[in-house]
Design a protein around this ligand. Structure first.
Ligand SMILES: *Cc1c(COP(=O)(O)O)cnc(C)c1O
Length: 365
């Protein structure tokens, strides 16, 4: 098989995806020794990747940022870490099957467990290999819920990768969402611009952008992932009227320094993509070796502030365990309300539930 990343259309990429350590090891010409140390982790969490994404890697570099995201690491199963497979309690926040609702105005639909690449840092590793598919029964129940809950203004399509759904199914789903008057925004979370950008044909992009209020949240973690192909995919999406934002996960050994986050942010802006969130890794079982510590993220943001366009700087955030929601972290000081001359100052914080609370130096709440 040719290693060229130009090879083929998206069907070709999908058909030739490399499933399992042996296939990936052959493609990258990894040594027997290297494969042997990865085998147990590969059995627990089976690897999967497109030829395109693997072609971005440099297999001779043991610290390669692409390889770290796709190759099983012994640390995934060694870590004596009592981590939860579902730390964000998505199961608990699910009013009907396939729907996660944590905020009054947004609902997230889990449409499939399928992905084009198994990211080693995946938040939903627990679902790998499970057959979660959007079928008629689930769809009717979910739509019934969305129609009845009129405060839901935005629906987020997630998975797995929702853009791996059959095109006809996806189109039906989008049209059906379009008929719910109170749903003004549809956000699609997909890693395909990074791992299978060939998917974004003109036709496909036009279908996605057929109505206003369509956004795509993609997942680039490293500037190496910004290629001509991914740039073209974004260009077509934008031309079709789809807004694009990017979510990056802060990953030790992949992107945990200011220079890489800066280069990524500037590269994204160049192709019309707004860096949205930089997430601290969630405490998901099998991903501990990627965790950087919260301070690392704060330090990166503070190194970028004032040095690069604010447009290029994502919001550093943690998704709190137990369904606590996302909190934004900033290294900057909060808003200070001066007190009476000689008196105490007040600090204003915005709480998760939207309430503004003041925090006084004198201890007043
Ligand atoms: C992340 C998330 C959202 C979206 O949050 P934003 O801050 O609007 O990006 C919505 N619902 C759930 C369940 C989420 O995990």
């Amino acid at each position: 098989m040719s290693k060229s990343k130009d090879c083929g259309d998206w069907q070709w990429q999908w058909r030739h995806r490399l499933a399992g350590l042996t296939a990936i090891g052959d493609f990258l010409a990894l040594s027997e020794e290297d494969l042997a140390r990865r085998r147990a982790a590969a059995e627990r969490y089976p690897p999967l990747a497109t030829p395109y994404y693997l072609s971005l890697a440099n297999p001779t570099d043991t610290a390669d940022p692409i390889l770290r995201q796709v190759l099983p690491d012994p640390a995934e199963i060694e870590a004596r870490w009592t981590a939860d497979p579902d730390p964000l309690a998505e199961q608990a926040d699910s009013p009907v099957p396939g729907v996660v609702r944590r905020y009054p105005d947004r609902a997230l639909l889990l449409l499939t467990a399928r992905c084009a690449v198994h990211c080693r840092h995946c938040l939903r590793k627990r679902n790998w290999g499970r057959r979660i598919e959007w079928n008629h029964g689930a769809a009717d129940q979910a739509f019934d819920y969305l129609e009845k809950n009129r405060e839901i203004r935005e629906v987020i399509l997630s998975g797995g990768d929702p853009l791996l759904l059959e095109q006809e199914k996806l189109q039906n789903l989008l049209e059906r969402l379009g008929r719910i008057e109170h749903v003004a925004v549809v956000r699609i979370g997909s890693r395909l611009p990074t791992v299978m950008p060939q998917r974004f044909t003109e036709d496909f992009c036009e279908m996605l952008g057929a109505r206003p209020g369509r956004w795509l949240a993609t997942h680039f973690n490293h500037p190496r992932e910004l290629t001509d192909e991914s740039g073209l995919a974004c260009r077509r999406l934008l031309r079709a009227g789809v807004g694009i934002i990017n979510q990056t996960v802060l990953l030790k050994g992949v992107n945990d320094n200011a220079e890489i986050i800066r280069e990524l942010g500037l590269g994204l802006l160049r192709i019309g993509v707004k860096p949205y969130y930089l997430f601290h890794g969630d405490p998901v079982a099998g991903t501990r070796h990627f965790r950087t510590g919260v301070r690392r993220g704060l330090q990166i943001i503070s190194e970028l502030r004032g040095r690069v366009s604010g447009l290029a700087i994502p919001t550093f955030a943690i998704d709190l365990p137990g369904g606590g929601g996302k909190v934004a972290l900033t290294p900057e000081t909060p808003v200070v309300i001066p007190g009476q001359p000689g008196g105490d100052e007040d600090f204003l914080f915005s709480r998760l539930d939207g309430e503004v609370c003041s925090y006084g130096d004198d201890g007043s709440g």
